[in-house]
Design a protein around this ligand. Structure first.
Ligand code: URA
Length: 205
């Protein structure tokens, strides 16, 4: 399976802050950012580099540059991961993918998208809660239709249904997450999970 669950003390610390129902939105946003740094470090291990010659004050040597990363936060909860991505990845561009669940059909429904050409990009989709997998699978379809071939998803918490769905729909996508939780409840929330990520980030509970 194309899933990496990171096992880093900082990730465990920040995930605990996110899971705790007493965490207020400001602390929650800070912990989401801290956790995302650790996810980015894992996800970018495979990043392609451009090689070129540079002059140090002493002699010529090989330099490296990260050039073609596009982050795509899935609105709105993915915005909670964006600052950490912007602060750590040089020259990163940002596309947006807005999706909501259609209450009648339960299918993902697009309400906004703005993506650059992704043919040569290393695409990092920020989708914190991989529950049923519907939104992430839709977002991957979307970036593939803009040419993306190299796609990694950054998730805070994943659940078995979402991983299964992604494995069936998009086995080529690498998923980097901080947790693989037990199951979904009857309302499709992850348990133990952390509740509604968007509401907790933005104080709309
Ligand atoms: N989205 C969330 O914000 N939380 C869940 O548990 C599942 C989907």
């Amino acid at each position: 399976m194309n899933l990496t669950v990171i096992d880093h003390p900082l990730a465990r610390h920040y995930l605990t802050v996110l899971r705790n129902k007493k965490t207020d939105p400001q602390q929650f946003r800070a912990a989401a950012k801290g956790l995302t740094y650790t996810l980015v470090m894992e996800a970018t291990k495979r990043l392609p580099l451009r090689h070129f010659e540079i002059e140090t004050p002493m002699e010529t040597t090989t330099g490296y540059s990260v050039d073609d990363v596009v982050a795509v936060p899935v609105l709105r909860a993915g915005l909670g991961m964006l600052d950490a991505v912007l602060e750590t990845i040089p020259n990163v561009k940002v596309g947006f993918a807005g999706v909501a669940r259609n209450e009648e059909t339960a299918m993902p429904q697009e309400y906004y998208s703005k993506l650059p050409d992704l043919s040569d990009a290393f695409v990092l989709i920020c989708e914190p809660m991989l529950a049923t997998g519907g939104s992430l699978s839709w977002a991957v379809d979307k970036v593939k239709s803009s040419g993306a071939k190299s796609i990694t998803a950054l998730c805070v918490v994943t659940a078995p249904d979402g991983i299964k769905r992604m494995y069936e729909d998009h086995p080529d996508v690498h998923i980097v997450a901080a947790a693989y939780d037990r199951e979904l409840n009857e309302n499709f929330y992850i348990v133990p999970g952390l509740g509604d990520m968007g509401d907790r980030l933005f104080g709309t509970l």
